[in-house]
Unconditional design. Structure first.
Length: 264
């Protein structure tokens, strides 16, 4: 694993070595597992849930990169790499910020395979997202919303196909060939280790995690933990407000209580 101190990454300063530009459902959790074994900490949508970051990513989706850049970079400062949503929606801005980073464009065997996978997992969860406010939905608006990558038309398969194809071509045009890896997880360790400049591990199978069935099970578990934390915060906040209201009310009552004159 790369020594993070050696590359100048600190809790205050972000220094990405690898930027994931691939869409969700392209083996991103498997890739994240591999990256963390060979390079260092890697940001992924699961991290956004586990560390209660959705408010930050929702603001980025609503306000844009220029407004939220410093907050995002502070949030990413512990990581050597990014992959999956929500960071892949900002891959180009991250690459402009870290022009020496490598870029990993993860893909599936075909657009049709990928589109069907997303329809039944990520997009389905987007449409049914819950919470108050709906931070998960706002976070993914950058992909599926009317102003997002797919312009609110992800269910229109041929429209989505063109957007998907144009997106991939844009990555190819933007990133020098020497810094870009177009990668299918079926290729295993070889291409990824070459990109990261680390030895290919012997007798260590490439991680295979988060198929469609696992996505729903793991997603429900992660969501449940996230909303449990949010509800606890809301209950704590409500209790504090209630206590304050009672204290203020009691104070007002004591002030307004008529004074009884002493008998002479």
């Amino acid at each position: 694993m790369t020594d993070m101190a050696a590359i100048g990454s600190t809790p205050e300063r972000c220094e990405l070595l690898l930027i994931g530009a691939g869409f969700p459902r392209t083996g991103t959790l498997s890739i994240r597992t591999a990256i963390e074994a060979k390079l260092g900490p890697c940001h992924h949508m699961r991290v956004a849930f586990e560390k209660n970051e959705l408010a930050t990513w929702a603001r980025l989706s609503e306000r844009g990169w220029a407004s939220q850049k410093e907050e995002v970079l502070q949030l990413l400062s512990p990581y050597a790499a990014t992959i999956d949503a929500p960071t892949m929606m900002s891959w180009k801005n991250l690459f402009k910020t870290f022009p020496n980073a490598k870029v990993l464009l993860s893909v599936r065997d075909s657009f049709d395979q990928w589109h069907q996978s997303v329809l039944t997992t990520v997009y389905l969860r987007y449409k049914n997202s819950r919470g108050d406010p709906k931070l998960q939905r706002k976070t993914m608006d950058s992909m599926f919303g009317s102003k997002g990558i797919f312009q609110g038309r992800f269910e229109d398969k041929e429209f989505a196909r063109k957007i998907y194809t144009d997106f991939i071509e844009d990555v190819k045009r933007t990133v020098p060939a020497s810094q870009l890896l177009i990668y299918n997880v079926k290729e295993g360790w070889g291409p990824l280790c070459k990109l990261l400049n680390v030895p290919v591990p012997e007798n260590e199978p490439f991680p295979r995690v988060n198929d469609a069935a696992e996505f729903h099970v793991n997603g429900a578990r992660v969501e449940a933990k996230y909303f449990a934390k949010m509800n606890k915060r809301l209950r704590t906040g409500a209790a504090a407000v209630a206590g304050l209201v009672v204290a203020v009310g009691l104070g007002l009552l004591l002030r307004s209580k008529p004074k009884v004159k002493a008998k002479v």
